[in-house]
Design a protein around this ligand. Sequence first.
Ligand SMILES: *Cc1c(COP(=O)(O)O)cnc(C)c1O
Length: 240
Amino acid sequence: MTKEEQLKERWKQVEARIGAACLRSGRRPEDIHLIAVTKYVSAKMTELVLDQGLEHIGENRWQDAKEKWNQLHHRGIWHFIGHLQSNKAKDVVGKFDYIHSLDRFSLAEAIGKKAEQEGLRVKCFLQVNVSGEESKYGLEPDKLFDFAKQVRTIPNIEVVGLMTMAPFSEDAEEARPVFRGLRELRDELNRQAVFDTEIRHLSMGMSNDFEIAIEEGATWLRLGSILVGKDEGGESTWES
Ligand SMILES: *Cc1c(COP(=O)(O)O)cnc(C)c1O
């Protein structure tokens, strides 16, 4: 199989699993958006991803994304999904259409400032550390509401939803309470009308747990290894 065929096959399998998870949980496949996380692969491979018709590209470090973005930014919609230092916000704002990792006011200010200079409104997800794992970035759930009210004061940021990462586990079921927790936080923000308009989106679910994420309400999946694969020594490997 060529890389194109392998990619097509992987995408087909992912779509089938998304479809099945939607059926189980009474959700509509068109409400589930797919981000192809290209952080493990080259610009060449990222181009193939776009050629296949996947239009949302996710990267977690600007240094790694730079070459790909420079070559391909006129195509696709770019998502910054990794931890972002405040002094790096200027590298990302104006390049990426979405930022999934807003978790501190200093970062919100840095994003807001650059966005104002560029005359933009940046779509952001507030990242929440639902699991409480020390190694994870994101806000503690009980700080989310005050933070959301602070972010609301920054006119150049549009909060579109919440994002979380579940702890890695062999058993995807362990992610369920984390994903459910994020959904409940979103619903509570809306109940309290913290933002002028309802926030809809939940960015959650990766290669090992995306079906559980769908069952718990994910609207954006971030899939790397299972969809795009990984480059190793210049060759892509496709076995999971
Ligand atoms: C790498 C990464 C992903 C994708 O990981 P896979 O397990 O390969 O699907 C998703 N979200 C974030 C924030 C990541 O850094």
